[in-house]
Design a protein around this ligand. Structure first.
Ligand code: IMP
Length: 453
């Protein structure tokens, strides 16, 4: 069977802790989209691991796969693997030969495109992580990308670089005004230097037996009875199709992406469990609307600061302070419909303890009309006024004991809040996160143990 974990908001919902927890019951953990933009923190036995590319399951010794839907920066991949090895772990990571490679020029182009947008004051600056994600997916769709399989064949790699690099250089110079030769980025556009470095990565990938035909590999593992966990990165509201375009990432974090990005059929993914990860409030690292943002007055800003500090809401990849907002149910309804959640996990309820007030946005008002889901255009979404319901706040308790004792040990006000959310998104609650450690979770259902799916 398969379990697919999907971010139901804007990323950073705390997927890592659940992937890590349930990944222990999986034989293979697969990332199906994104690249090293996906910061995930896994806390294990008091040790903290910050990863951006290696699947979280690797901390537990589970096989971690980067599927064909991912974009892979081999520099980051080997840095993370070597870092984990230095700390005594031995991650088993496999990479799809159909996955696309992030090259240094993709990062340069990501940076200059964002800079140009900021200079033009066009309002379309996305606030990307600067990891070259968008430019790599552009090249994939533009049929000039370089895939992991190409790194294994030096003649093919050279041919692909000779085609792609001059075109990217022209874009950098003519469209973005970069003086490549006179900048620090000359090596990023130099075919020989790229060939040298990336054929070396190919050799290491090959020598370590790390590359796979992902669809075939997962088919065989399933046929042998293995359990697969799909680990979505980012979240529904920054999905390139279902998010608030253009303030999105360039891939599909929603559950359909698990099939396309791994080569496992939709019927298999759909016959499994799809768990939406929800944070009890919202955070956003990039630009774009956030109707429930806490930034209206001093009181709201103080609340945002309190949540940010308690929840450690600073980007894992970029270190940027995250914007904070109240939980937004129109966003969750949309996420649940797009991915077909069978269950949800609600995280960070400990962070909401003892706040001076607590609200949930149930609907929006737009042009005098009440709507219950997210409008399709960012311009309309931006104009939405949230309609709130107030909730009683709860005390801070011994969350570790609550995690041991189970759901009924949660404060009554927390249960009222959770039950309201669950009803609204029409999916059962599988887990409640009460702290950053994997153990700090009240588990109601382990999706791998659900029968009949
Ligand atoms: P990109 O994925 O670097 O192209 O960035 C596009 C948008 O997605 C920006 O708003 C980023 O801040 C956001 N983003 C990318 N990865 C993550 C993530 O892992 N968590 C939260 N936001 C992300």
């Amino acid at each position: 069977m398969t379990v697919t974990i999907v971010g139901s908001q804007l990323g950073d919902e705390g997927k890592g802790a659940l992937v890590d927890r349930w990944g222990g019951d999986a034989d293979v953990v697969v990332r199906y989209q994104g690249g090293d933009n996906a910061g995930h923190t896994v806390v294990e036995g008091g040790a903290e691991y910050k990863l951006s590319l290696v699947p979280s399951g690797a901390v537990r010794g589970t096989v971690g796969v980067l599927g064909n839907g991912c974009v892979v920066n081999p520099r980051t991949l080997f840095e993370e693997i070597d870092g984990l090895r230095e700390r005594g772990l031995d991650p088993d990571v496999r990479v799809a030969r159909r996955a696309h490679v992030i090259l240094p020029y993709h990062r340069v182009l990501d940076g200059i495109e964002e800079d140009r947008k900021a200079e033009d004051d066009s309002g379309v600056e996305v606030g990307t992580t600067g990891r070259g994600i968008g430019p790599t997916y552009e090249d994939k769709a533009g049929r000039r990308g370089i895939r992991v399989g190409d790194l294994l064949d030096p003649a093919v790699l050279r041919e692909r670089l000779e085609y792609a690099v001059p075109r990217k250089r022209t874009v950098a110079e003519a469209a973005c005004g970069l003086d490549v030769a006179g900048s620090d980025h000359a090596a990023a556009f130099d075919v020989d230097a790229l060939y040298e470095e990336f054929s070396g990565f190919g050799e290491r990938l090959d020598k370590d037996g790390m590359t796979i035909n992902c669809s075939d590999f997962l088919h065989r593992r399933r046929a042998a009875g293995d359990r697969i966990l799909f680990e979505g990165a980012q979240g529904t509201s920054i999905d390139v199709d279902h998010g608030n375009y253009p303030f999105v990432t360039s891939s599909n974090p929603t559950a359909g992406g698990a099939a396309v990005g791994s080569g496992v059929g939709v019927t298999t993914v759909g016959a499994g469990e799809v768990v939406g990860i929800v944070k009890g409030y919202l955070s956003r690292v990039g630009a774009g609307p956030l109707p429930t943002e806490l930034d209206g007055d001093d009181h709201e800003e103080a609340l945002a600061d309190e949540i940010r500090e308690k929840g450690g809401e600073f980007g894992t990849v970029t270190g940027r302070p995250r914007r904070i907002g109240w939980l937004d149910l129109p966003m969750l309804r949309h996420a649940s419909r797009v991915s077909g959640f069978t269950g949800i996990a609600v995280n960070h309820v400990d962070v909401l303890a003892e706040l001076p007030d607590l609200r949930v946005c149930t609907d929006y008002e737009l042009d005098g009309e009440r709507i219950d889901t997210v409008p399709t255009t960012t311009e309309r979404w931006e104009r939405c006024d949230p309609v709130y319901r107030e909730f009683e706040t709860w005390p801070s308790v011994d969350w570790a004991s609550v995690a041991d004792e189970g759901y009924d040990a949660l404060p009554a006000a927390t249960r009222i809040y959770l039950e309201f959310v669950v009803d609204e998104v029409d999916a059962a609650v599988y887990a409640v996160g009460v702290g950053p450690d994997r153990e700090a979770t009240v588990e109601l259902v382990n999706p791998f143990e659900r029968t009949g799916r």
